[in-house]
Write a protein of this length. Sequence first.
Length: 388
Amino acid sequence: MTLMAFSLQLKAQEATSLMSGTPKTSIDAKLYKKNMNAVGDDKEILLNSSAQTMTITYKNGSRQEIEMNEIESIEYSNHSSKDMFAAYLSQAGMLSTVLSETKAKNVLEMKLSGRIDARDFDYIKWYCNRIQVIDLKDVVIDAYIGEDGTNEGIYDTFYANKIPTGAFFYWGTSRKHSLTGIPKNEGMTSLKKIILPNNIDSIGEKAFANMAQLESVTVSTPYPPKAHRNSFQGLSRKARLYIPMGTKTRYRSAEGWDEFVEIVEVNESGTPIISDNPLIGTWKTTRIEGWGESVSTAGLDYLQLKADGTYIHVEEEDGIPFVTRGTWTTSEDKFILHKKDGGQSGPSFEYEIIELKDNSMKVSMWRVIAYLEKVQDSVIKQYQIKWK
């Protein structure tokens, strides 16, 4: 398991508590305005906001327990991906202190835990303008009263456990951000996927309005959080809502949530339940193989896409099925599927991978035949893909 590097900032009164030892593979340890900033590799990091302590293991083998309420913030950075940002925030409204505007503009994926409020949503909206994925599953949203929330400089009240009004929506000219090219009546154009907090009870007006690129919203509450008619106004028809099993009827009839054309139930392990259309949905794969016509990575002329025990997602656009998420990479690559023959009990597809991207790798693939079969008779319209 690859360990993540972290930057730990303690509250002022705890400034010297880490000075007695050197964090494993220490990179830096300095004193900044009575706050301790230590960077290194950890053996145990607790991202769950309900955790009480965090354990640091030092190079000499000693261990130290730190109370979470003594921590100002924790910033995690996976050095293999400069586009990923993760942080624990002990106090709401602090995202801007651990994520600079310069770094924010390069973030593509973000995972937060701890406590946030409308100020943090506002910072993401205005400065993380390339972000594609946001995971807020382990955060608690605190109340905030002031003019630094998501209502463009207007003094307002933002309630706890609520996705704030206009969270990812640009009302027009901002009263507080001196940025050029500000859109009006548009949602964030980059955001594709968001996982909502576990304990939210409501969604503010136009929180996700006019977000044309949004593809996936995941919510874990068994009863739909209260939403406004315009909370998801202008939603793309390809956007998919992931909800707990047995809750589709509630979400389908709930105001705001009924904007989603496709609602997918998932079980406790996160496995999607197949959509009503037998040709469209999610299928378990046993193996994927492909031969490249051209591969930009030197010396590689054969590529095996390992998909054992994982899933691929098939949607339909303009009558053509395509896979929106492959299993070889976590990016949103599209594998174009061309239907070869019909039949709903065991349809087969002839498909061609047009393009596959993963950092420096780009592969053009030629066709493979896929046969879809039911995983088990008791699961209606669920098919297993076997590759010939």
